[in-house]
Design a protein around this ligand. Sequence first.
Ligand code: OFO
Length: 162
Amino acid sequence: MINEKVLKALNEQVGKEIFSSYLYLSMASYFDSIDLLGFGKWMKVQAREELGHAMKIYEFIYERGGRVELPAIEKPQSNWESPLKAFEAAYNHERFITESINKIYSLAKEENDYATQEFLNWFVKEQVEEEAQTELILKKLQKLQDSPTALYMLDKEAGSRE
Ligand code: OFO
């Protein structure tokens, strides 16, 4: 049976992952609305991955004999000043998620919940990737210096994400 405090934190994390998906879908909609369809696609792929993260935790909770209770999901922001600002927000959001995973990890350690620590190792690794891939695009956007050609190229590159 899963530890009650850890279960509560995991349930909250399911909500955070679903919110991540919601936020990235909102960013996809922002990019599609300004005809940056490559970034729009990138964000849609990301939104799907986030739902996958939520489901991974969902299944783990049931494997451990817990009960999933979904929290309320807040409305995501729907507009950004620029592609750069949207990616800045995406990068900051990933850092927030990393912190949240780390906190659950610490809690599982305190509660001697070895199974959850083992389970969270996948997320710890995944967050390294998620931060890195978002930061890479952010850095490229910072270097554009308002060049529409460079933005077009970067949009095209982002659109190749499967
Ligand atoms: Fe972006 O990794 Fe889940 O939230």
